[in-house]
Design a protein around this ligand. Structure first.
Ligand code: AMP
Ligand code: MG
Length: 425
């Protein structure tokens, strides 16, 4: 018996109006984005919070640095004692001890003496300057040090609160935590932080014809590529991602795979099984009954058959992408990538766009927006359409670094036309 995936009430995504009606690319994307609810905030340790988005301001609990300390290796002194020091007439002071970073004991510099000090060490009481070791003989004679330059009061001292004072807002709500932000949280002593975590993405490819790369194939079979490609694209966009083993074209197998994947994914992507081919389109068939995923034709090429909705008790978004590799990849970049950022309540992450001059003519079907593979030469401001624009031709996608956008009303453009291009990441 087919496992049942509990689904929330139907999402507020508009149903398409009929078999032949096509929805615009922009209309589809805005329906998708409007239906996505940001993930619930969670309190996470710093390692897990990497890439998360803060849901509240983070303040400094105490001053940073927390105590006066030395900015250099040298000697903690009373500045007045070394005011007259010159290379010709150095000042010699007895060295009464040594304090290193991490030493927590109390030290005191009495007038006319000094203490050897290391970078980051607590400044001894009584000292008001640090003489860098480079200005001295390094204590060569033992028990004393000869100082050849005066140090101003405050020299090489990092004052408590010099970076932030207690109560300062260090990071504001809505900030995405990158390496530096995580470093700052750690420096401020925060062991955990409340964030919307990076959504975990699972990619599930379907198709009886799909064989594992590295294994032999018989005529009629092909090597599976979509799940590797899209999981890598998800990671490139900044999300933890994994691929599910290939799922055969059986409704029950598709439902079981989805149910299993829901346990540890915040966004699901399937490929294949959503075209117009009837009973072979098992993804469509399996999800149709749930009533929370809607299938539509989007006025684009490649990538016309699309499905989006939510499944499971958490209302996990699911994209059912077409099986042709180029269609799947373009659909991922146009729809899944922006949707994933909305799960963190960030603005939709779209491909960077620009303009270029066509280095060759292009054609495009009427009433559809084409995303043609091109090689963009940024310096020359030109984009050359690659040979091989069919949606199974992954080799030509691998040669491309941009998509040439041809709008719905245009069916051909001559060389020299000014066009919009989307940069492939
Ligand atoms: P479908 O959308 O399932 O009708 O598949 C459309 C085309 O894409 C067919 O030629 C499939 O063999 C191919 N295809 C589907 N899934 C994959 C995949 N994961 N890797 C490579 N090719 C695929
Ligand atoms: Mg298929």
């Amino acid at each position: 018996m087919a496992p049942r995936i509990p689904g929330p009430p139907a999402v507020t995504i508009a149903e398409h109006t009929g078999q032949s009606a096509m929805q615009s690319v922009d209309g589809y994307l805005s329906d998708v984005l409007a239906a996505i609810r940001p993930l619930a905030p969670r309190e996470l340790g710093l390692d897990e919070a990497d890439g998360g988005v803060l849901t509240e301001d983070v303040t400094a609990g105490q001053a940073l640095p927390p105590f006066d300390n030395s900015g250099m290796d040298g000697y903690a002194v009373v500045a007045a004692d070394v005011a007259a020091a010159t290379p010709e007439r150095p000042v010699t002071l007895p060295v009464r001890g040594e304090v290193a970073a991490g030493d927590t004991g109390r030290h005191e510099v009495a007038p006319g003496t000094c203490i050897k000090i290391m970078t980051g060490a607590l400044l001894p009481a009584g000292a008001d300057a640090v003489v860098p070791v480079e200005w001295t003989d390094g204590g060569a004679a033992g028990g004393q040090v000869s100082i050849a330059r005066p140090a101003e009061p405050g020299n090489a001292i990092r004052r408590a609160g010099g970076d932030a004072v207690a109560g300062d807002v260090l990071l504001t709500a809505g900030t995405r935590l990158g390496p530096v932000q995580l470093g700052l949280l750690a420096a401020a002593g925060h062991g955990t932080v409340t964030v919307r975590p990076r959504p975990r993405i699972t990619v599930i490819s379907t198709g009886n014809e799909l064989a594992e790369p590295g294994q032999p194939v018989s005529p009629g079979q092909i090597w599976e590529s979509n799940s590797r490609m899209l999981a890598a694209a998800a990671r490139q966009a900044g999300y933890p991602a994994r691929r599910h083993p290939v799922v055969p074209d059986r409704k029950a197998a598709v439902l079981a795979a989805l149910e299993g994947a829901l346990a540890d994914a915040d966004l699901l992507v399937t490929t294949g099984g959503v075209s117009m081919g009837g009973e072979h389109d098992v993804v469509k068939a399996a999800l149709h009954d749930l009533g929370t995923v809607s299938f539509r034709k989007v006025a684009m090429q490649p990538g016309m058959p699309q499905g989006f909705g939510v499944v499971g008790t958490a209302g996990t978004p699911i994209f059912t992408l077409p099986g042709n590799p180029v269609s799947a990849y373009v659909s991922f970049q146009l729809f899944v990538r922006p949707a994933a950022s909305v799960l963190q309540d960030l603005p939709p992450q779209r491909l960077a766009s620009g303009r270029a001059t066509l280095a060759g003519p292009v054609r495009s079907p009427r009433h559809r927006r084409s995303f043609l593979r091109g090689i963009l030469d940024r310096a020359a401001g030109t984009v050359a359409p690659v040979t091989g624009q069919a949606s199974h031709q992954l080799a030509s996608l691998a040669r491309a670094n941009a998509l040439i956008v041809v709008t719905e009303s245009v069916t051909e453009l001559p060389e020299g036309s000014d066009v919009e291009v989307l940069m492939l990441p």
